[in-house]
Design a protein around this ligand. Structure first.
Ligand code: AMP
Ligand code: GLY
Length: 424
C-alpha cells in the first residue's frame, strides 16, 4: 500500500483522485489543496500546490510514497528536483518530469527547438526578443496571415494570439516583448505559421524509455456554442475522438510520440511522467501545437474514466522503468464531459453560490472543479465549477446522459455549453 499526495484543486485532480482512491494499492490518500469533490476520496490539506516547504512538511508528516503534481506550475518550478535533492524526500516517487523536462511546457522556444532537433512535425517558426524586435517585425511582414504570436513562458493559457493581419500581429508582438504583457513569460516570443485543421489531445505516461498510450480526447475551449467567443480553461471533452482512426494514430505514434520519448532520453533529460501532446490534424497529417508536462483539463475527466488499468500500478511501473510490461486497456465505451461554469466566466464572476441537486444525479460521475464545502453546503469557488462525465455506447449517448444530469444541478448564474460534441 502506498501513501499518495496529489497536488491541485481542479476537475482534473478530482478525476485523478477518484481513480487513485479506487486502487487496491492506494494507502492513505491526500490532496493539496483539493476541492469539495476530492474530499470524498481522500483528505484535503490546506497547502498550495506551489508551496514546496509546505508540501515537504506534509510528505514527511504523512509518510508519502508517491507525489503526483496535477498542474504544470510546480513541475515547471522544479518540484521533481526539489524532492530528489532533499535527503528526506528523495525516496518519493514523483509522477512528473524534472525541471529540465518540464520546459516542454515551460518554454515554447525550448520545445520548438526540441522538435526541430528531432524532426517532429510542428508549425514553422522563429524566436524573437527585445534585441531582435526589428527582425521580428520584418518576419511578421514577410509572413502570410493569420500569424500566431506566442509568449515563451507560462501565461495561464492567455499567451497565444492568432492575428488576422500584420498590424494586429505587430501589436501583439510589441505588447509581449516591449511592454512585457506577461512579465518574464513574454520577454521571449515565438512567431509561427498558422495551421488550419482540427485539434485533439493525446496523452502518454512515460518511464523515460517506454510509455503507455492513454485514451485520446478532444476538448472544447471556447465559451460559446459553435466554438465562438472567448477562450476558457475548457468547456467539455469527449473520448475517443472520431477523427483519430488507427492509421492516423499510428502516424502520431511513429512521427510524434516515439521521437519525443526517444529524444528526451537521448538528451539525458529525466522525464518520468505524463506527456500531453496538443495536436492538430491538417489534412491527414498530425502536427504538434504544444507539449504539456501534465494531464489536460477537462480531458482528464474523460480520459481517466476510460483507462481500465490501475493508475497506482502504472505509476509504480513507471518508476521502475517497466511500462513495457504493461498492456494498457481502454474502455470500449465513449465518455463525454460537460463543464458547468460560473456566470460571467471567463471574465469576472462571483463565487460562493450554493449548489443544489446533487442527490438527483443518476448515472454520471461528478468531477468537482471550483467548489468548496461550507458547513453542510457546497458552494461555487471558481470559474469552472463541476464536470459532469458519463459513459455511453457512443459520444452522443454519453453526452445525452451528462446533459440530463447537468440540468438537475443548480446554482445562481449557472452556465454550460449545450453543444459539446456537436460535430459528431
Ligand atoms: P497553445 O497555448 O500553444 O496550446 O495555443 C493555444 C491555442 O491556440 C491552441 O489550442 C490552438 O487552438 C491555437 N494555436 C496555437 N498555435 C497554433 C498554430 N500554429 N496554428 C493554429 N492554431 C494555433
Ligand atoms: N485542456 C487543455 C489544457 O489542459 O491545457
Amino acid at each position: 500500500m502506498k501513501n499518495i499526495l496529489l497536488l491541485g484543486s481542479g476537475g482534473r485532480e478530482c478525476a485523478l483522485a477518484w481513480k487513485l482512491s479506487h486502487s487496491p494499492l492506494c494507502g492513505k490518500f491526500y490532496i493539496a489543496p483539493g476541492n469539495a469533490g476530492t474530499e470524498a476520496y481522500g483528505i484535503n490539506l490546506p497547502i498550495s500546490y506551489n508551496d514546496f516547504e509546505g508540501i515537504k512538511a506534509a510528505c514527511i508528516q504523512y509518510k508519502i510514497d508517491i507525489l503526483i503534481p496535477g498542474p504544470e506550475e510546480p513541475l515547471v518550478a522544479g518540484i521533481y528536483d526539489y524532492c530528489k535533492n532533499d535527503p528526506e524526500l528523495k525516496h518519493i516517487v514523483v509522477a512528473g518530469p524534472s525541471k529540465e523536462g518540464a520546459q516542454m511546457e515551460g518554454s515554447k522556444a525550448w520545445s520548438k527547438k526540441f522538435m526541430e532537433r528531432h524532426n517532429i512535425p510542428t508549425a514553422a517558426y522563429k524566436e524573437f526578443q527585445l534585441d531582435s524586435f526589428e527582425q521580428g517585425v520584418a518576419y511578421i511582414k514577410r509572413s502570410e496571415p493569420p500569424i500566431v504570436i506566442k509568449a515563451d513562458g507560462l501565461a495561464a493559457g492567455k499567451g497565444v494570439v492568432i492575428a488576422q493581419n500584420t498590424v494586429e500581429a505587430v501589436k501583439a508582438f510589441r505588447a509581449m516583448v516591449m511592454n512585457e504583457q506577461f512579465g518574464a513569460a513574454s520577454k521571449k516570443v515565438v512567431i509561427e505559421q498558422f495551421l488550419d485543421g482540427i485539434e485533439l489531445s493525446v496523452f502518454v505516461l512515460s518511464d523515460g524509455t517506454n510509455y503507455v498510450l492513454l485514451p485520446e480526447a478532444k476538448d472544447y475551449k471556447r465559451i460559446g456554442e459553435g466554438d465562438t467567443g472567448l477562450n476558457t480553461g475548457g468547456m467539455g471533452a469527449i473520448s475517443p475522438v472520431p477523427f483519430a482512426g488507427n492509421a492516423f494514430m499510428s502516424n502520431v505514434t511513429e512521427r510524434i510520440i516515439k521521437p519525443t520519448v526517444k529524444g528526451l532520453k537521448d538528451e539525458g533529460i529525466v522525464y518520468k511522467g505524463f506527456i500531453f501532446f496538443g495536436l492538430i490534424k491538417v489534412g491527414d497529417e498530425p502536427y504538434v501545437i504544444e507539449y504539456n508536462c501534465r494531464m489536460g483539463d477537462p480531458e482528464t475527466e474523460v480520459v481517466i474514466p476510460r483507462l481500465e488499468n490501475d493508475l497506482v500500478d502504472l505509476i509504480l511501473k513507471m518508476e521502475e522503468g517497466k511500462l513495457n510490461e504493461v498492456a494498457v486497456q481502454h474502455s470500449t465505451k465513449a465518455a463525454g464531459a460537460v463543464m458547468m461554469v460560473s456566470g460571467g466566466y471567463p471574465g469576472d464572476y462571483e463565487k460562493g453560490k450554493v449548489i443544489t441537486g446533487f442527490e438527483k444525479v443518476k448515472g454520471s460521475l461528478l468531477f468537482h472543479a471550483g467548489t468548496i464545502a461550507n458547513g453542510s453546503h457546497i458552494e461555487t469557488n471558481g470559474g469552472r465549477v463541476i464536470a459532469v462525465t458519463s459513459f455511453g455506447t457512443d459520444i452522443k449517448q454519453a453526452l445525452a446522459k451528462s446533459y440530463e444530469n447537468a440540468d438537475v444541478i443548480q446554482y445562481e448564474g449557472r452556465y454550460y455549453r449545450k453543444d459539446i460534441g456537436f460535430e459528431f
